[in-house]
Design a protein around this ligand. Structure first.
Ligand SMILES: NC(=O)c1ccc[n+]([C@@H]2O[C@H](COP(=O)([O-])OP(=O)(O)OC[C@H]3O[C@@H](n4cnc5c(N)ncnc54)[C@H](OP(=O)(O)O)[C@@H]3O)[C@@H](O)[C@H]2O)c1
Length: 378
């Protein structure tokens, strides 16, 4: 059985390998600061071309800011390609090649591609005297193991992982250490840390949320794991990135969980929320026996995670500070509707859509058999 962390990147049905290719080299010598208008900021995004990045780019440009992105030039943005003509592309590698950042200045850097604490240490140390704000895209994964509930930003974090640590713990510790590196360089008064939970919406490179609208639009009997009131949380990439840009504009420093909905929602309400964006009739079959689900290889169907002790609080993350700092959510049905439109667009290869439905190890292909066993059990 795959670990939850593997699932985060692959979805229950294996995620497609997205077409990768070299970005065209951009030669425009734009000085973002020179272009900044009144109130506009010059923003450097470390990364910028995966899932969250294109939404950040779009939101920043739409609000009149100037944007530079720093990456290896391998990942082709699948969303908003027209926006990338207005972006300065700096090539480099966080693994030891930051040369294109040397001697440059920005108002804010958004560290979106952090996969190692040393990467954040190196970029934050390099930029601390030439950039005002450091925004680190962390994760609610810092709270793993998710014991208890109402996990606030002040929850003590695990900061060390031994060599035998599972993937969830290693990821959480890496993110927590990266936060510390950002703060070490920029200090509390110049650091913004956002901790998103599962990021969803158009452009998702995993199949975990797309599973639900894709499944419900097929109609019929739908397996819903867990109890009806098992809590679920997510964050729409648009809500997250609009808010991140506003945090920069307002210089709202601090650490913030980034989770929605900004009220408590259970799994039953979630499936109805997604269903509101589809037209096929569905019968929801709540399979609420966790032992049965484990026996049939269903330990999670994100956003539902089996509430084992170490995952109990994973969807019980406190959102008060984020709401006070301006985080707003769009309705789940809107996220689902936009995700369906994107899922059926040219941005998603047909092979990816087929795999989600047909992959023999995916839930969609196994669902009818599991439901038959559930009924047979009486
Ligand atoms: N997805 C979720 O549900 C979720 C949940 C919580 C937190 N997060 C966090 O959210 C952040 C956003 O992830 P994203 O993938 O959407 O970000 P993104 O900024 O859209 O894409 C990742 C970027 O990293 C660049 N990159 C990868 N390796 C690099 C390297 N060695 N040197 C320089 N650039 C490199 C990629 O470009 P090249 O390949 O061209 O280099 C790409 O531009 C991550 O920090 C993740 O941990 C995600």
């Amino acid at each position: 059985m795959s670990t939850r962390r593997q699932f985060l990147s692959t979805g229950l049905a294996a995620a497609p390998v997205l077409a990768l290719g070299a970005l065209p080299t951009r030669t425009r010598a734009v000085s973002p600061q020179a272009q900044a208008r009144d109130g506009a900021r010059s923003i450097l995004i470390l990364g910028g071309t995966g899932f969250l990045g294109p939404h950040l780019v779009k939101n920043a440009l739409d609000r009149g800011h100037t944007v530079s992105v720093f990456n290896r030039g391998r990942t082709v943005p699948a969303l908003f390609p027209e926006y990338f003509d207005r972006v300065e592309h700096l090539e480099g590698d966080r693994n030891g090649d930051l040369a294109s950042l040397v001697g440059r200045s920005w108002d804010a850097v958004i560290d979106n591609s952090g996969q190692q604490a040393a990467w954040t240490r190196d970029s934050a140390q390099l930029l601390k005297d030439r950039v005002d704000l450091y925004v680190y895209t962390s994760s609610t994964g810092v709270y793993y193991p998710y014991y208890g509930s109402n996990l606030t930003e002040d929850t003590p974090l695990v900061l060390e992982a031994g060599p035998d640590a599972n993937e969830d713990l290693a990821y959480g510790v890496m993110k927590a250490q990266s936060e510390l590196e950002a703060r070490r360089a920029f200090g509390d008064d110049r650091t913004i840390v956002v901790r998103p939970t599962y990021i969803i919406g158009p452009g998702d490179r995993s199949n975990r949320f797309p599973y639900w609208p894709a499944r419900l639009e097929r109609g019929g009997e739908v397996l819903v794991p867990g109890r009806p009131d098992d809590p679920v949380q997510w964050i729409d990439a648009r809500d997250l990135t609009e808010w991140m840009i506003r945090l920069v504009e307002n210089r709202t420093v601090g650490t913030f969980n980034a989770v929605a909905p900004t009220w408590e929602m259970g799994m039953r309400a979630f499936v109805h929320g997604v269903h509101a964006a589809t037209t096929a009739p569905c019968t929801f079959v709540q399979v609420d026996d966790n032992d049965f689900l484990l026996e049939h290889g269903v330990p999670y169907v994100v956003p539902w995670i089996m509430p084992t002790p170490d995952n109990y609080g994973s969807a019980r993350v406190n959102f008060d500070r984020a709401v006070a700092a301006g985080l707003r959510m769009r309705p789940l049905a809107v996220t689902a509707l936009d995700t369906i439109a994107w899922w059926h667009s040219d941005s998603v290869p047909e092979a990816r859509r087929q795999r989600l439905v047909e992959a023999p190890d995916g839930l969609m292909a196994r669902e009818a058999g599991i439901l038959a066993a559930w009924r047979a059990r009486g």
